[in-house]
Write a protein of this length. Structure first.
Length: 225
């Protein structure tokens, strides 16, 4: 019996194919939305459970690629190992000590609720743009309030159509399709943006960019006169 996997891949399982989201495309999709969230040239932070493992590694690569045209700086890459308490501590530290970072990218569904709650409890909700990969109840609630700016989620309709077509072909009940060499049938994710977006001027005002610059300690150059 042919084994087809949906959503989560296991290449060593003996499966004939995997049908699911392209993680690099998810990263690119979120990065492309940064133009709507922040002025060009600002700094962003990324939170990952394990940035060296798939699919987060591919999401980071896609994100970096799409941040480049806007001259955004991926300034912080935090690893939380899937630990929500550690994630919260990392987010709190940045919120309290790095006010110039304008967007927080979470690469897994559990990041949405923790990052949104951290921003809210540090009185920076909607000042910080939270963008996440994956669907969750917290992400949907955050999109409603604006606490989550955007999410890249699996296109369920496209997944259903592709799965039905592929499985029918494998079962001999439909058109047999040619599978890719690696067996991966990847789909472009769907992006959802909050309706409570802000203008560039609102973002600059919320982040208090002039104040941040004024409060930065300037070390005078030594005089050689």
């Amino acid at each position: 019996i042919p084994l087809a996997l949906l959503m989560n891949d296991a290449p060593d399982s003996g499966r004939v194919c995997f049908i699911g989201e392209d993680p690099a495309e998810a990263g690119r999709a979120l990065g492309a939305l940064t133009d709507k969230a922040l002025p060009h040239g600002m700094k962003v932070a990324v939170f990952a459970g394990n940035p060296d493992a798939s699919p987060e590694k591919e999401r980071i690569a896609g994100l970096r690629e799409s941040l480049a045209p806007g001259d955004y700086t991926l300034d912080v890459l935090s690893t939380d190992h899937g630990d929500r308490s550690l994630l919260r501590a990392l987010a709190d530290e940045l919120l309290q000590n790095r006010p110039e970072i304008g967007a927080y990218f979470g690469l897994s569904p559990y990041h949405a609720g923790v990052l949104w709650q951290a921003a809210k409890e540090n009185n920076r909700e909607r000042m910080i743009s939270v963008l996440v990969c994956g669907d969750s109840a917290e992400a949907r609630a955050g999109l409603e309030t604006g606490g989550v700016f955007a999410a890249a989620i699996t296109d369920a309709e496209a997944l259903g159509r592709e799965a039905a077509r592929t499985l029918a072909g494998l079962a001999g009940a439909g058109e047999r399709r040619e599978l890719p060499g690696d067996g991966k049938i990847t789909l472009t994710p769907k992006t959802v943006v909050t309706e409570k977006t802000r203008s560039v001027e609102d973002v600059l005002d919320a982040l208090q960019i002039p104040r941040v610059l004024e409060e930065t300690t300037i070390i005078p150059r030594p005089s050689f006169d």
